[in-house]
Design a binder for this molecule. Sequence first.
Ligand SMILES: NC(=O)c1ccc[n+]([C@@H]2O[C@H](COP(=O)([O-])OP(=O)(O)OC[C@H]3O[C@@H](n4cnc5c(N)ncnc54)[C@H](OP(=O)(O)O)[C@@H]3O)[C@@H](O)[C@H]2O)c1
Length: 280
Amino acid sequence: MSDASPRIAVLGAGNIGAALIGGVLKAGAARPEQVAATVRSPERAEELAAKFGIRVSAGGNLPAAEGADLIVLAVKPPTAPKVLGEVRSVLREQQVLVSLAGSVPIALIERLLDQRMPIVRAMPNIPVVVEEGATAISPNSACTEEHVRMVERIFRSVGVVVTVDEDLMHAVTALSGSGPAYVYMVIEALIAGGVKMGLSREVSTRLAEQTVLGAAKLVRETMLHPAILRDQVTTPGGTTISAIHELERHGLRAMLISAIETATRTSETRTLALLDKFGE
Ligand SMILES: NC(=O)c1ccc[n+]([C@@H]2O[C@H](COP(=O)([O-])OP(=O)(O)OC[C@H]3O[C@@H](n4cnc5c(N)ncnc54)[C@H](OP(=O)(O)O)[C@@H]3O)[C@@H](O)[C@H]2O)c1
């Protein structure tokens, strides 16, 4: 298998799967003829084939998996065992299976397959659609460094990639997997605040979205702790400190920490339920 341009099969090219295909093609990590995808409905298959110039079938998981070096399992978690059951007879140890199915542990995937093979569990997030995703990956012990590099390259085409121990995937799910939803709430509230103070909805939206984007970019580019950046814009006796006082009074930081803790526990519970249902 060449790590430069693997043949890729995306089983379940929905939001995340299709975004991954778009990113991979745009970055030149694979050519259209090297990519195959499956979905459930013929209409969606037609739409994706026309959009990307790749082979897409409704169903057809088995032939797609058979002809690939790298198989991305991108169906919803409850569908993952069924699709793995469909393709397991053609999976082989020369391939790499990348599972995006949230809360589905590698141990369960290994149990559902007939043989040991390289498996990478990955947790991307929805900004992969605009190539600004945050993806954490966890390889199983059958993966070589070359396998991991190949998978990193795929996800780097749609954003940032980190490697974590699989135990930490619950925390990743809570932070970056679900995180866009929290940030959307923040943006929504900033817009509402601007509108309350008389800005037009359009102006408020542009200012709010760019403020979040710009603040995040500054954290990344300066590599300074956010508290330092915050202090830099907080003039003694000024407007920012009066707003920060309100945010502290209402416990913004404690709220977000608790939200991530709660979502982590929910992810753990989901995994236990899946193991209960599909495990031994
Ligand atoms: N969305 C997120 O923010 C996010 C973040 C991290 C991880 N994930 C994980 O990524 C995976 C995909 O999520 P998503 O939001 O992209 O879901 P989605 O948009 O619902 O995509 C699922 C895709 O699977 C297809 N499908 C359903 N049954 C199938 C089958 N038997 N064979 C082949 N394809 C089948 C569907 O086809 P049709 O389009 O024809 O219905 C759809 O295109 C999930 O496991 C999720 O846990 C999602």
